[in-house]
Structures are given as structure tokens and as C-alpha cells.
Design a protein around this ligand. Structure first.
Ligand code: ASP
Ligand code: MG
Length: 411
């Protein structure tokens, strides 16, 4: 009997009516002869509310208690779905992370999965039960404390469970019917992709596409879990297949560019006239790393003299002030002429495995941006993507321009 993981996000279990709808999707797969493990998120908005209460409790809260509180949203939906399934005559039981057990590190609030013992779930399948699993949560073996996997973590729970129980696929149900070539709210001609390679999806998720938690895609790639993104808002009796995230070998016709992603809230910091000598980059970036400031695009510019250089990089807007004051404090230590900052930037990226075998892909974008009068502030590239940093005011124009430039517009 083939095994299947079905994961339902917050909007899919937002209230009792939506939970009943989920149960209909589960029933379809059970009747098709699958052994089903369902992974659920908390009801939409619930986790935010719980996090809010924790912050009200104390600014310096105990992260172990944060996890005790925020893991509760998934406990509620897993129990409720089991009740509704039972009410429909489908044997089911709920599983909390600690009951499985889903073992994690002790990095509370963003724990990593250390291992999943599938034996208990196997017993449940033997009894003919649907396993309804609370996503997002686990347990640290040594301390016995509850942990959570970071926001959006139930995607990662689902893929990890799929790998652990040898599921033939993992279906991630959400409020959109798949992965699109870009954000359909910005580009009306965005198309749903039939298939996306793991690596492309990993880049898309890291570069701003919000469908899946980045770590879930990493895990799917490592364990080769065929993962579908599909909609719980489809008619349970007649669902559409969604988008398959799979090995690139499964994708016959590879486009050069598969998708355009963007991420807002980028800020740029530039240090002018820093000494061009060993140790300077370390003097700048080690303190930022120690302050947990996530630095992204880094560019060092060779200047017209040999003694100084300019270094520019990006950080999330939320960390901008902190990064600026940290660098200002260290001015004497680092040694720079001037410190400049800009906010309200956006990073627009084009992603595609086909870039590996095609030259001049990014150059076409530079030309198109020039024609539209969009100034590029920084550029980074890798084997299968390039990213351009621009003023946020040009976001829509830039995304639309790239989308049609690379032939992604729907007919
Ligand atoms: N409920 C958790 C969150 O909102 C986990 C999830 O939904 O994936 O982050
Ligand atoms: Mg999610």
C-alpha cells in the first residue's frame, strides 16, 4: 500500500468548515487505497497571536517556554482534524511531535530535525489509522523539552515525515494551486509551473518566493522526496495536480529561466575608502555575524588607487540601523572614509537550471533594465541564478520586464 503525506497550511485549517474540507481531501486519498499521514499547521493567524502573547509576557522570555506556547496551535488542529475524520467514519488519531517522536536539536524557536522514529506511526498504519501529525514541533531528546522548527516549519515537518515513512510523495496543500513563474499579484501573466527542479525551488524560496519554507526544500532535495504544491481550495472530488518539485532528470524540457523572484526590505550599506589589505573584510563582517546580522550581496570595488577600496553589501531592512551603528562604533578599528546607507531596495532574481549551459543570460537583463531606465545598484550571480538590487519603486516594472524578457508570459 502506497504511503502519502498530506500537509495543510494555516488557511486550509482556518476554521471548522475548512477542517471539514481538509477531511474530504484526506478521505479521497484513503479511499484510493493510501496509507495517509496528514501534517497540519495551526489555524491561520494563531501562531502570530501566540508569539504576541509571549512577547507581552516578557521581552526576555525563556525560549523553551516560547516553544511550549507556540507549539500549541498545531496541537489544536491535529486533534480537531482527527475528531472530524473519526466523525466521518475514518479511523484516525493525532500525534504530537514528542509522541512520534520527532527528535530535534535544542535550538529553541528554530530547532533542526535530528531524526524521526517511524515505528509508532507504522503501528498506527497497521491498525488502519490515518496519522494526523502536529507540524512545526518536536522534542529535544536529552532535555525532554518541546521544540519548534521556526516559522513556516510544518512544511519541513511534512517533508521529513515523508522521508521517514518512505512516502511515495508529499502533497503540500496551500491557498494557491501551485508554484508560479512569479508572483501573480504583480504579473497577471504569471503561469503555474508543472514541474520545478529541487535546486530551482530552493533558489526561488531563498530569494523570496513564499510558498515553501526553505529548509523543507533542502530536505526534499537531499532525500529526493517528490513534493507537490497544490490547493486545498480545489473541489476535493476533483482536484488539480499542482506543481511537482522533483529531480531535474524528471524535467524534459528545460527553460533557460524558470522563475522570477523578488525580496523586499533590502538595505544597502557602503563603506568608502577602506584600506586595501588583508583583514579588512573580516573586521567588517565578523562583528556583523556575531550580532546575528544576515549579510547578503557583498561586492568589493577596486578603486583607482591601490591603497583603498569600497565595499558594499546588503542586509534586511530590519537590521539596517543596528548594522550602521555597529560599523560606526568600529570606525577606528575598521578604518573607512565614509559610511553610506540606502533603504527601500528590492532584490529581483531570475532562476533557472538552463543558465548553466547558456551564456549572456544576465546581460540581456542589464540591457532591458537600461532601456526602462532602471538603475542597478548591485549584481550577484551563481550557476543557476542572478540577482539585481534596485530601488523598490521599480519592483513591479522590473519583475514584469524580466518575466516577458525570458519568455515566461502566459499566452
Ligand atoms: N504555525 C507555524 C507558523 O505559522 C508553522 C507553520 O504554519 O508552518 O509559522
Ligand atoms: Mg506555510
Amino acid at each position: 500500500m502506497a504511503r502519502l503525506v498530506m500537509k495543510f497550511g494555516g488557511t486550509s485549517v482556518a476554521n471548522m468548515e475548512r477542517i471539514r474540507n481538509v477531511a474530504q481531501h484526506v478521505r479521497r486519498e484513503v479511499e484510493a487505497g493510501h496509507q495517509v499521514a496528514v501534517v497540519v499547521s495551526a489555524m491561520a493567524g494563531k501562531t502570530n497571536e501566540l508569539v504576541g502573547w509571549v512577547n507581552e509576557g516578557s521581552k526576555l522570555y525563556d525560549p523553551r517556554e516560547y516553544d511550549a506556547v507556540v507549539a500549541s496551535g498545531e496541537q489544536v488542529t491535529s486533534g480537531l482534524l482527527a475528531i472530524v475524520l473519526q466523525d466521518m467514519g475514518i479511523p484516525a488519531r493525532s500525534w504530537q511531535g514528542w509522541q512520534i517522536p520527532l527528535l530535534t536539536s535544542d535550538a529553541h524557536g528554530s530547532a533542526r530535525i535530528a531524526g524521526i522514529d517511524g515505528a509508532n506511526l507504522d503501528q498506527g498504519f497497521k491498525r488502519g489509522e490515518v496519522a494526523v501529525i502536529a507540524g512545526f514541533q518536536g522534542i529535544h531528546a536529552e532535555t525532554g523539552r518541546l521544540t519548534t522548527l521556526g516559522r513556516g516549519g510544518s512544511d519541513t515537518s511534512a517533508v521529513a515525515i515523508a522521508a521517514a515513512i518512505g512516502a511515495e510523495r508529499c502533497d503540500i496543500y496551500t491557498d494557491v494551486d501551485g508554484v508560479y513563474t512569479t508572483d501573480p499579484r504583480i504579473v497577471s501573466k504569471a503561469r503555474r509551473l508543472e514541474k520545478v527542479a529541487f535546486e530551482e525551488m530552493l533558489e526561488m524560496a531563498s530569494l523570496g518566493a513564499k510558498v515553501l519554507q526553505v529548509r523543507s526544500v533542502e530536505l526534499a532535495m537531499v532525500h529526493k522526496v517528490r513534493t507537490y504544491v497544490r490547493s486545498s481550495f480545489d473541489d476535493p472530488a476533483n482536484p488539480t495536480p499542482g506543481t511537482l518539485i522533483c529531480d531535474e532528470e524528471e524535467i524534459m524540457e528545460q527553460q533557460i529561466v524558470t522563475g522570477i523572484a523578488y525580496s523586499k526590505d533590502e538595505a544597502q550599506i557602503t563603506l568608502r575608502r577602506v584600506a586595501d589589505k588583508p583583514g579588512v573584510a573580516a573586521a567588517i563582517f565578523v562583528p556583523l555575524a556575531e550580532a546575528n546580522i544576515n549579510v547578503d550581496m557583498i561586492i568589493q570595488v577596486t578603486s583607482d588607487n591601490t591603497t583603498t577600496t569600497d565595499i558594499t553589501f546588503t542586509v534586511p531592512t530590519a537590521d539596517f540601523e543596528r548594522a550602521m551603528s555597529l560599523l560606526e562604533e568600529r570606525k577606528a578599528d575598521i578604518g573607512f572614509g565614509a559610511l553610506e546607507g540606502a533603504r527601500d531596495l528590492v532584490k529581483v532574481s531570475a532562476i533557472g537550471i538552463g543558465m548553466r549551459s547558456h551564456a549572456g543570460v544576465a546581460a540581456r537583463a542589464f540591457k532591458a533594465f537600461a532601456e526602462k531606465g532602471i538603475n542597478i545598484r548591485a549584481i550577484t550571480t551563481s550557476e543557476i541564478k542572478f540577482s539585481l538590487l534596485i530601488d523598490a519603486a521599480y519592483t513591479e516594472l522590473a519583475v514584469r520586464t524580466l518575466h516577458s524578457l525570458y519568455g515566461l508570459d502566459a499566452a
